[in-house]
Write a protein that binds this ligand. Structure first.
Ligand SMILES: [Zn+2]
Length: 415
């Protein structure tokens, strides 16, 4: 075991406790050994006027669309945008998705992300192997609204989750039955039942990595709600053209899906832009809000504040580069802070760290500067101004991540 070493900085922001001015963080090998207030321990390394935060968590992205930056800009016509994404995916040369995943991870890590929730499309699934510089929950995307597509999609999902993984693996596997407009309710039920089984099994043996995390795009557009309620609107034409229209397979409303996945381990309902703010969300489930993507499509205001007031877990994601300019979680959080200055800065930092780790089922290992957890942390220079709330300063500053420590080792040192 390597010799423990201690660092100090102008601010340590552990997220699961109050910020510590001049605090010290002790690292032993890959793990955080201690976090203490100023003056209790002599540091080996003084990082100076910086904030040290937990590694960021991007709870929702599609790394295999990293090549789409600027190619299919979001428009208010969501199904038109989807057509563009489908065209892009079909036109790619076979090696490109794997390169997109590699490129996406590199971009994410450089900006401080150490845990990603990635949706893995069919083209990227074969030989999916992100570089080992961060953790990834890899959700295999499942599509299938027509009855005859349920079984093949289910078999794809089962093959994916049976691939070997162990407690030390940096990639955990999950499933992403894509969305209520593209997945038959029976396929949702199969996934829910499998997730419930795995969750109960993992609890019995105390091994969180045996859970089956699930991610579902939900209530992203008003058109989706119209489709579920009345089987009409632009999705009908979109799905008909793809040979995938089957009104009998649709769930009737988002609430039906949410209920279906209660007690099923980590479940991420991605977007939730048009969910009723009073919707009952079970404790195992999280909402993933993607602020810049939400704004790019011109959606109605997100029920974020109501969800936070109700104590629901909201994590942050960038979504893919088909709808966002970059995979930079700090940029995402700063955008949110600018547009919702009434949401406390400490809450925003929690959404991009610990809440994301909880949403993805990896909170025992990462997401906060807590003794026993992996030493995954971000070093962020601070502007030279006096500060009352260091969390607000992090979000108001324009400075970029300087260094990233992952499992106790420095991964990035941008000048
Ligand atoms: Zn998405």
């Amino acid at each position: 075991m390597a010799q423990p070493w201690t660092l100090t900085a102008r601010w340590l922001i552990p997220v699961d406790g109050p910020p510590l001015p001049g605090g010290t963080l002790t690292i032993a090998g890959e793990r955080i050994a201690a976090i203490e207030p100023h003056g209790q321990r002599t540091p080996d390394l003084d990082l100076g006027s910086v904030a040290v935060l937990p590694g960021f968590v991007n709870a929702h992205t599609h790394l295999d669309l990293t090549g789409m930056r600027g190619r299919c800009p979001p428009t208010p016509n969501f199904t038109d945008w989807l057509r563009g994404v489908v065209r892009h995916r079909r036109a790619r040369v076979p090696d490109l998705p794997a390169w997109n995943v590699f490129d996406g991870v590199t971009q994410a890590v450089r900006t401080g992300t150490t845990l990603l929730g990635d949706i893995v499309g069919a083209e990227a699934a074969n030989g999916y192997r992100p570089p080992e510089c961060c953790r990834v929950v890899a959700f295999r995307e499942l599509l299938g609204l027509p009855f005859e597509r349920i079984q093949p999609a289910w078999e794809t999902g089962v093959r994916w989750v049976k691939l070997p993984t162990d407690a030390t693996s940096l990639v955990r596997r999950g499933l992403s039955p894509h969305a209520p407009y593209s997945v038959h309710q029976l396929l949702f039920r199969q996934v829910a039942s499998r997730a419930r089984q795995q969750c109960a099994g993992s609890r019995e043996v105390g091994r969180p990595h045996l859970q089956l995390p699930v991610a579902i795009h939900l209530a992203e557009t008003r058109a989706e709600l119209d489709l579920l309620a009345e089987h009409r609107g632009p999705f009908v034409e979109f799905l008909t053209a793809l040979g995938a229209w089957n009104p009998d397979g649709l769930v009737s409303e988002p609430e039906q899906l949410i209920e279906m996945f209660a007690d099923a381990g980590p479940v991420l309902f991605v977007h939730g832009n048009y969910l009723d703010p009073a919707t009952a969300i079970p404790p195992n489930a999280s909402i993933v809000y993607c602020p810049r993507t939400h704004a790019a499509f011109g959606h109605a205001p997100h029920p974020l504040r109501e969800f936070l007031q109700r104590g629901l877990r909201v994590a942050l994601g960038t979504d893919s580069l088909a709808s966002n300019p970059d995979l930079d979680m700090l940029a995402e959080a700063r955008f949110l802070h600018r547009h919702c200055p009434d949401v406390p800065a400490a809450d925003v930092l929690r959404m991009m760290t610990l809440s994301g780790a909880e949403a993805l089922g990896w909170e025992a290992e990462t997401g906060s500067l807590t003794p026993g957890k992996s030493a995954d942390l971000v070093v962020l220079p601070l502007p030279d101004v006096d500060v009352v709330d260091p969390c607000a300063l992090v979000l108001q500053s324009a400075k970029s991540v300087y260094m990233v420590l992952f499992r106790g080792g420095w991964t990035v040192c941008d000048p």
